[in-house]
Design a binder for this molecule. Sequence first.
Ligand code: SAM
Ligand code: SF4
Length: 349
Amino acid sequence: MEGLLGKLVEQNELDQEEIVYFLQHLTPELKVRLFDLAAQTRKLHYNENVFMRGLIEFSNFCKQDCLYCGLRRSNAAAERYRLTEKEILECAEEGYRLGYRSFVLQSGEDFHFTEARMVRLVTSMKIRFPEAAITLSIGERSEAFYRALFDAGTDRYLLRHEAASRSLYQSLHPGMSYDNRVNCLRTLKKIGYQVGAGFMVGLPGQTHEHLAEDLLFLKELHPEMIGIGPFIPHSATPLKDAQGGTVEDTLVMIAMARLLIPDALMPATTAMGTLDHTGREKALAAGSNVVMPILSPLSVRRKYALYENKICTGDEASQCRSCMEMRIAAAGYKIDLTRGDHCSFNRTP
Ligand code: SAM
Ligand code: SF4
């Protein structure tokens, strides 16, 4: 195990068999060292900075039916909402006033937001906040769509690969195509976006072999951002009786991803904070370096329920920011409200 940990830290590499062996033989003592080494590695590229992104969840309509997600189209109990363009801009204004210079616009796969509408929205945001970075996370679209949005000024795109194992992916995504998911990610990279991929930990049927595939997929794709969070079952989905992921297992994946892809930007997810009051702080201590406080209006927060009991649904944007800042500072990190680009990017506004 010492040899494998050494290889992970010094060469940022392990093969499939080595990852599986490492996961099977990880002791509590080794985990502590793994987290520590991951935190030190993050420091090499980003010091102790934690980047803040204002998250605007602007629609919970979705045409997809992912088995794990509360927003899936078959969930008739979900109360659907869509923010207007004006409301989205107001959220961003509020965020800008609070100091955010990085915004993430996220939604279900809602084709009401056509290319023309999205281009208009991004263009308006770029005119109002020229120095801010804009990230989209709105699912699978065509290459032409991704190009048009990039040309309008979108900087980044988050599209978790969800599962690098074709069979696991297909078992969770009826009507979706593994190849299309991967192609979307490659297309986004080719166009020039800073790209985010990632996966959930604790999906039903997920084995150490699957997790090793996820890590190696990330290593090969080399995305600028990596989102790893625990799966939390939602009672109105087919996976309602699943066990779900644990904070501890997710921390191991975060730390290993940090050591395999040392320069990635990695969020400490809301799902971590939902399972454990200090889950996000633990993620920072295991190699994460991004947090995404929610800017959406209070009236819709509870409706963006991928899973239940999601935290941060009851606080105003300003409260959310100060709560997050306090936590980050108390944990010994430095809050960074700038665009927070990947360390290899220099796209000036
Ligand atoms: N619709 C877009 C997509 O799927 O890429 C963006 C929004 S989607 C809600 C964002 C992420 O939420 C997904 O990539 C998925 O990994 C995560 N997610 C969905 N359901 C979840 C659950 N029950 N527990 C934890 N994370 C979940
Ligand atoms: Fe829709 Fe995204 Fe949820 Fe899948 S994960 S159902 S695409 S919102």
